[in-house]
Structures are given as structure tokens and as C-alpha cells.
Design a protein around this ligand. Structure first.
Ligand code: SF4
Length: 496
């Protein structure tokens, strides 16, 4: 996951507006942040490791002047957490400069590397985004959109992009629309008689960030669409591929802000309805329902509503500790959970708890939560998860590329229950998720739940392992691209 935000504003407000926008997307990545700005003539860029408020602070923003800006916050799915891999990327191309913020993950980087003159030695970072930026910058025409139309047909995988050149902010969404991207408008300022601020245009990973920045949501950028934003002009839309929307369902289950909208659905309401479906599918006798704070709260509210059990908050969360799942290493994750959550003894002691969370990835956090609740005096802990078990890794921008780290890939539900130490454990079915979303299966990617990968991913048939190609150019894919054991495309999904 990453967050991207772009702004085109007359005057010199674009940098602070983009910083405000990406600050509202901090939940999407906490490893590094950066901002690139253009005054119409030249680009400037600042990026560093750290949270957005640490990187884009009042010392930096005033020096980033221009009416065009993009901003990015990152957590890594390719490349390590080092300064070079922070985004936006930057490259001087033939006749123009280019900066890119990317949310997603490319799956054919080795193939793309073969198109890069000079090969990997020309890359200063180890990310797929660096490679894409180099390919675009190399394109002989000075026109960024021409370069995109030439390069994007070569690219496979997930990408929502915010691109900046001297004159434009450009939004791009891959043909499957794995990651969200929203177009917004800034109205002209009413208290600006000189007309310096004539309004402008925004792009954002999520709708909530557009509203926080003071804009209004216009529409989603469509899968396979390029949207070109330029000062004083209406957005121009260019299609580079036919779209087959397969939005990551995890965006709606877990990642997106509850006040965001995706595919016309408010994420809080969707999650609440998933909780209701979970209560119908997996009822249990208990004294109260509580969420794993904070992301489990909407589903817990729905579970309580449908079950008739009282809703209580049985844990408090340190709001400044960050999400454990998106910290970059297992060691950091394990340290994180102990400082992050603390049980409310007065609420949980002597009670049978239904504990609702949105997902179990590795199981280590859940195990510690159950232990904390038992230590605080809970007599029973019944875990209810508002998503299906994650059986398969993600190659489209979520940090679950290593199958052996996914507990559901190697353990049955009963084994997971035993591992985490719960009295009972149930997951919501795919049908239950769809009931909550009130949308059809074919609008979404469910690959980490059912293995139906919309874009084929490299699979090493000799080692029976998924292995991603990387910008280092290491040999990784030994065999066919489709995954053995995975339902062929013509097979109806298992929930039907
Ligand atoms: S594999 Fe899972 S996490 Fe990755 S895009 Fe698909 S639904 Fe989302």
C-alpha cells in the first residue's frame, strides 16, 4: 500500500495542499514520504524516511513553490526502506523532468528491465517505480502522455500513479483498477477578489483525502484511463487500455479510511454490514461484542447490531503507534503490538467476549491480543473475522508476498484457533463480504482469498513457489505464469 495525492492550483498553494491531502492518507504507508512540485518551468522534490508530518514540515513546505504538486507516502512491497526508494521518484528525461508516486506493484519488472537501455546499472533505487520512471523518461518525445501510451502496454500488475512533469499532473490507473484513484475539484476561493486562486483539480488514492483538502469528489479515475490535469483547463481523459475493474477487495475490508467511498460504497457502512453478515453466519453465545481497535470497529458494531449482544470497547489503542501490519519487518511488527493495544480490565474481566477483527494475516498479533484479554480476566474469547482466510499471497501492492508467512496458507481454521488461543474462530465467507458490499463478485480482486489472480504472476514450478521478479534482474520465474491449483478463469467462484 501507498498513498498518492496530486494537486493543480493557480497560485503557490499546490505543495501545502498536496501535503494536506497525503497527510490524510498516512494510514496507507508510514515508512517514507515525499513531495514534488513544479512552477511550470522546473521540478523540485523533497523526500525522506519517516511520517508525513516529520518529512513535509513547516521548514520544507515554504521552499517547495509551484502550482502543480504530487505527494506520496510509502510502505514497501518491492525494495527496502531506504532513502533512495522513497517516492516520488525523479528523473530528467529527454526534454522534460518527471516525478512519479506509485501505489501498487508491478509483476513483470524483469521483462521491463530488458527494455531499459543500459539495464539495471542505470537505476539508483531498487523499486519497480524507479524502473517505470526510467522507461518513461527515456522515451524520445518530450510529451509525457505519449511516453505513457508507449510504455504502459508493456507494464503488468497494479499501478495507480500520480505523475508530475513541468506542466501537468497526470493520474493513471491500471486496466484492472486494483488500487483506487479518485478525481476531485477545488472550487475557486470566494474570498479572493484578485482571482489568484481560481480553483483547481486533485487526484487522490481515496475520496476522504479530497474532502479533507477542501475539494469535492468528481469521480473515480477509470481502470485503463489517463487523466491529464493542467492549470486553468478542464481535465483531459485518454484511454490507454480497455478496463476490467478488479478493485482490491481488501481496500474495502481493511485498508481504506472508513469515511472514504469506493465503487460508490461508504467503507464504514460496508464494514458494518459485513459484521452483520458475520453474525448471521457465525453466531455464538457471549456477553458482549468488542472490536480489535480501531479497524475492527465497524464490523463489530454490525455484529452487535445483528446479534443483539451489547457492544463495548474492551481495548484501548495507542493512536501514535502505527499499524503493526504495515511495519516493514516481523521484528518491528512483534514489538509494535505490545505497545499498541491494552485491555480494559473493567470491561472484559469475567465476561465471554466476541472479539471482531477485519483479518488475520500472520496470526502473531491476534495471538497476543487473545493472551492480553485472557490475562485481563476474559472467561471466553470467540474470534470473528470479517474477511475470509488469506490463503494466497498478494502481488498487487499488499505486503503478503511470502506465502509461508500467511497462517491460513498452511493451517486449517481449527489449527489457527489453537495457535491464537481462542475458544472459537470463524471467518466471513466471500458471499458474506459481497453481502456487505452489495456488489457483484466480478468487480473485485479476491485473489488472496480464492487464488483467482486477475493478472498472472510468476510461479516457480520447480520449487512450487510464487516468486516475484525484481528490479535486480535475478532469475526468478522458471515456469508457466498461471498458478497450479488455482481455479481456471471459467470455473464459477466457490461462493456461487
Ligand atoms: S490479492 Fe488480495 S490484497 Fe492483493 S489485490 Fe487481490 S484482494 Fe487485494
Amino acid at each position: 500500500m501507498c498513498g498518492i495525492f496530486g494537486a493543480v492550483m493557480r497560485g503557490t498553494d499546490a505543495a501545502s495542499l498536496a501535503a494536506l491531502g497525503v497527510f490524510s492518507l498516512q494510514h496507507r504507508g508510514q515508512e517514507s514520504a515525499g513531495l514534488a512540485v513544479s512552477d511550470g518551468e522546473q521540478l523540485m522534490l523533497y523526500k525522506d524516511l519517516g511520517l508525513i508530518a516529520q518529512v513535509l514540515d513547516e521548514r520544507r513546505l515554504p521552499s517547495l513553490r509551484g502550482h502543480l504538486a504530487i505527494a506520496h507516502c510509502r510502505y514497501s512491497t518491492t525494495g527496502s526502506t531506504v532513502w533512495e526508494n522513497a517516492q516520488p521518484t525523479f528523473r530528467l528525461g529527454r526534454g522534460r523532468a518527471l516525478a512519479i508516486g506509485h501505489n501498487g506493484n508491478l509483476v513483470n519488472t524483469r521483462e521491463l528491465l530488458s527494455h531499459l537501455e543500459g539495464g539495471k546499472s542505470r537505476l539508483s533505487a531498487t523499486t519497480d517505480t524507479e524502473l517505470l520512471t526510467a522507461l518513461l523518461a527515456d522515451y524520445p518525445s518530450g510529451d509525457t502522455v505519449e511516453a505513457l501510451l508507449h510504455v504502459l502496454p508493456l507494464v503488468r500488475g497494479a499501478y495507480s500513479l500520480a505523475i508530475l512533469d513541468e506542466k501537468h499532473v497526470i493520474g493513471v490507473r491500471d486496466p484492472f483498477g486494483f488500487r483506487p484513484l479518485v478525481l476531485g475539484r477545488m472550487e475557486p476561493a470566494a474570498d479572493d477578489p484578485e482571482g489568484r486562486h481560481s480553483g483547481g483539480w486533485l487526484i487522490s488514492s481515496e475520496s476522504a483525502a479530497i474532502e479533507v483538502a477542501g475539494g469535492t469528489v468528481v469521480r473515480d479515475v477509470e481502470p485503463g484511463e489517463i487523466v491529464i490535469l493542467e492549470e486553468g483547463k478542464e481535465p483531459v481523459s485518454v484511454r490507454f487500455a480497455e478496463g476490467h475493474e478488479q478493485l482490491c477487495v481488501f481496500e474495502l475490508i481493511y485498508f481504506g479510511r472508513p469515511d472514504s467511498y469506493m465503487l460508490g460504497r461508504n467503507l464504514y457502512e460496508s464494514r458494518r454490514r459485513m459484521g452483520m453478515a458475520l453474525a448471521t453466519e457465525s453466531p455464538v453465545e457471549a456477553d458482549m461484542v468488542m472490536p480489535v481497535p480501531e479497524t475492527g470497529a465497524p464490523a463489530a458494531a454490525g455484529y452487535a447490531e445483528a446479534s443483539g449482544l451489547p457492544y463495548r470497547e474492551g481495548m484501548v489503542r495507542n493512536r501514535y503507534s502505527g499499524r503493526t501490519f504495515i511495519q516493514p519487518s516481523q521484528a518491528m511488527r512483534q514489538r509494535g503490538v505490545t505497545v499498541k493495544l491494552s485491555p480494559l480490565r473493567e470491561v472484559v474481566a469475567g465476561r465471554r467476549l466476541v472479539v471482531v477483527d477485519d483479518s488475520i494475516v500472520r496470526g502473531t498479533t491476534t495471538r497476543q491480543i487473545v493472551a492480553l484479554l485472557r490475562k485481563a480476566g476474559a472467561t471466553e474469547v470467540h474470534l470473528r473475522i470479517s474477511s475470509p482466510p488469506i490463503h494466497h499471497p498478494c502481488f498487487y501492492g499488499i505486503d503478503t508476498q511470502i506465502e509461508t508467512e500467511l497462517i491460513a496458507a498452511t493451517h486449517s481454521v481449527d489449527e489457527i484457533r489453537d495457535f491464537v488461543g481462542a475458544d472459537s474462530l470463524s471467518f466471513l465467507s466471500i458471499a458474506g463480504v459481497l453481502q456487505g458490499l452489495d456488489l457483484p463478485y466480478d468487480r473485485f480482486c479476491f485473489a488472496c482469498f480464492d487464488g483467482r489472480y486477475p493478472v498472472p504472476v510468476p510461479y516457480d514450478t520447480t520449487r512450487h513457489k510464487f516468486v516475484l521478479e525484481d528490479a535486480e534482474g535475478e532469475p526468478v520465474s522458471q515456469g508457466e505464469l498461471h498458478v497450479p491449483g488455482v481455479l481456471p478463469a471459467a470455473t464459477p467462484p466457490p461462493h456461487e
